[in-house]
Design a protein around this ligand. Structure first.
Ligand SMILES: *Cc1c(COP(=O)(O)O)cnc(C)c1O
Length: 649
């Protein structure tokens, strides 16, 4: 489906900005420029702007306009929006920065990047990578047989590399050799000594000379979540002794000239530039010594790990990094140059396998907030009654005498009373009615304490928790397990921002809960180390959209169908070449239907529909349902089967 539109971004804003709040305040709250990497900003109109081309800063798309356009086209939310221009920009930036750094350094080798398929296997992403990459001889990295099968068909550029990592059986190796046979620059990276023995046998049988890479098990460990990818207990790679044995074996088999690449990968999301410097130091020395020993290496593959600053702190937080692309590349190029010069060996071609940093920025998840869950819930009448329990009287007294001088004491007292009331109820001493009163008064007093505490410069630690206790949960139409898997699995911080009303002060502190029936289906880690996110009061007449940003790497494809919530609807946004202020929806990829997700769990949707039809027919025969109503019920069931898995809102 192709939908073209002529909507101009940056139309005048609908909301009158309040005087005490400006989009600068919003920037301080949501830190969009800090994590946006130049691709996102808060526009003066109070909406998020997307700046999809790094080399065209004047090209700005209003995200709210895109969303309205999607809604008009009948696309249901939640939905993924992909900006192919951002993906292109990132790939260009990586390649161009390597090229300019290599030139500036007087480095003799060239850069041959490869995109690791596992980071985002979507065909649309791989097609874009290959298409934009052709200009730079940018290739693919595969880590499994299925990825290799896709890479063989897609990486048709004869000048780029296809690097093969991951454990390999004979079939994997045969597929690799098939690639060599059709003139692809396949590099088989040996992760494990036994793979080499299998490969040597196959090569003898098939008479094909492969290009072989050796993955070194590095001493240096990356810092961050994935630090166990490096170090002597790493799962992959050959120790120094194994490398020397491998070389001896290849020499003996007359295959030494096949060994052209030395590989290392010390982990993903490397938060500290020091681990990169150390890895370059270690690898360049291994490289130089091997070359001096007569191994005909020509490529050094520095693996992945280039991090994304999800929380915008430029720190060694797990969701951040203390360096940028330029520094990362300079450390690699100058590091290898220096050590190779010292050791008097030629500079190798540089291969890198950055995945996360290429794709993270290009997609975001847009969901609508559909409700609010407040801990104090509904209020209950609290007027005093004759002979009421003393706990009720006591907590009411606290409310009546609450003031600036006693609010901390009051906080402690009501906590005790609430607990005692619960115990008294369990012992049958307190009635349900009385328990409801204590609960209502407790939340009322907590609210009042929070207001009193705000006027004081010093807030005791104990009371600092109150805003969290009082925070609302905003119920958003999405599944954490499908759309923000890393937030659930590894506490990854994702930037989450309302799409509009950013020129209006957010007055609620909220955490987010999803629509799964799982108490883990929530997000309560936000940038700035906060457990709550400032959001706006919901309005009955206006949709409130929020965006989960930087979701394009890993989470995009690792989603799980928890509760049978399936893949999201997706649109690909492209900016017009001839009118840089304009955009169009290039492609709509429909998300999973209920039928789709049920089928993957081995149900047959037709059979389900037949069962329901039979039951309804029975009711019709018995005269309990009239035929027209029965027909409508059957249609309804079938329409739901064909429909979207998320809530209609
Ligand atoms: C996962 C992986 C990558 C990609 O790492 P990023 O941190 O996403 O850049 C590269 N190489 C290998 C061997 C990997 O396993």
């Amino acid at each position: 489906m192709n939908i073209n539109s002529n909507i101009k971004p940056n139309v005048e804003s609908k909301v009158v900005p309040s005087s005490s709040w400006s989009t600068d305040e919003a920037e301080k709250t949501y830190q969009v420029q800090r994590w946006g990497n130049g691709y996102f900003e808060i526009g003066e109109q109070g909406n998020i702007n997307v700046i999809p081309r790094y080399d065209q800063p004047e090209l700005k798309l209003d995200l709210r306009e895109i969303i309205d356009e999607m809604a008009e086209a009948g696309i249901e939310f939640p939905a993924v929006i992909r900006f192919h221009d951002i993906l292109k920009s990132q790939i260009e930036r990586l390649n161009l920065t390597f090229q300019t750094t290599i030139k500036a350094a007087g480095y003799q080798g060239q850069y041959f990047g490869v995109f690791p398929v596992k980071v985002n296997q979507m065909r649309e992403v791989i097609e874009e990578v290959i298409s934009i990459g052709e200009h730079f001889n940018y290739g693919l990295e595969a880590g499994s047989k299925p990825e290799l099968i896709a890479a063989l068909a897609y990486n048709t550029n004869k000048n780029s590399l296809t690097v093969l990592n991951g454990y390999k059986d004979e079939e994997y190796l045969r597929l690799a050799l098939l690639g060599t046979k059709i003139n692809r620059n396949i590099i088989i990276v040996i992760e494990k000594y036994s793979e080499l023995i299998k490969l040597v046998e196959l090569v003898k049988k098939l008479h094909i000379k492969p290009i072989i890479g050796l993955r070194a098990k590095m001493m240096v460990k990356g810092r961050g979540k994935w630090e166990s990818s490096g170090g002597e207990r790493a799962k992959f790679g050959l120790g120094i002794a194994e490398i020397l044995n491998a070389i001896a074996l290849l020499k003996q088999e007359n295959m030494l000239e096949c060994v052209q690449l030395l590989h290392f990968h010390i982990g993903s999301q490397l938060t500290d530039i020091r681990s990169i410097k150390e890895a370059v130091q270690e690898a360049s020395l291994i490289y130089a010594k091997l070359v001096k020993d007569g191994v005909p290496l020509r490529y050094i593959d520095v693996g992945g790990g280039l991090a994304v600053d999800y929380d915008g702190t430029q720190s060694t937080n797990d969701s951040s990094c203390n360096y940028n692309l330029e520094e990362y590349i300079a450390d690699i190029v100058y590091g290898f140059k220096q050590n190779c010069d010292l050791e008097n060996v030629a500079h190798p071609h540089i291969v890198s396998e950055s995945g996360r940093a290429m794709t993270a920025h290009h997609s975001c998840v847009i969901t609508k907030v559909i409700g609010e869950i407040h801990p104090s819930g509904n209020c209950y009448k609290t007027a005093s009654m004759p002979n009421e329990h003393i706990l009720v009287t006591n907590i009411r007294d606290i409310q009546e005498t609450l003031d600036d001088d006693n609010y901390q004491e009051a906080y402690n007292d009501i906590a005790v009373i609430k607990e005692q009331a619960m115990n008294a109820f369990k012992l049958g001493i307190l009635s349900l009615d009385e328990l409801a009163k204590v609960e209502t008064l407790y939340w009322q007093i907590l609210n009042e304490i929070a207001i009193l505490a705000k006027h004081h410069d010093f807030i005791p630690d104990e009371l600092a928790e109150i805003p969290n206790l009082l925070s609302s949960q905003y119920l958003a139409n999405f599944s954490v397990f499908q759309s923000a898997a890393d937030s659930w699995a590894i506490d990854q911080v994702l930037p989450i921002v309302p799409i509009s009303r950013l020129n209006e002060k957010p007055t609620k502190l909220c955490s987010l809960v999803d629509i799964t029936c799982d108490s883990d289906g929530k997000i309560d880690h936000f940038i700035g180390g906060k457990n709550v996110l400032p959001l706006h009061q919901l309005q009955a007449d206006e949709d409130y959209y929020i965006g989960l940003f930087l979701t394009g790497a890993y989470q995009d494809v690792m989603g799980d169908m928890h509760n049978l919530f399936g893949r999201l609807n997706e649109v690909h946004i492209v900016s017009h070449d001839d009118d840089p202020k304009d955009f169009y929806i290039e492609e709509v990829v429909k998300g999973s239907s209920v039928e789709n997700v049920l089928s993957t769990m081995q149900y047959t949707p037709q059979i389900l529909a037949q069962v329901i039809k039979k039951e309804i027919d029975k009711q019709i025969k018995q005269g309990k349902v009239n035929p027209r109503e029965g027909g409508a019920l059957i249609d309804f069931y079938e329409n739901c089967l064909a429909g979207y898995t998320y809530l209609k809102s």
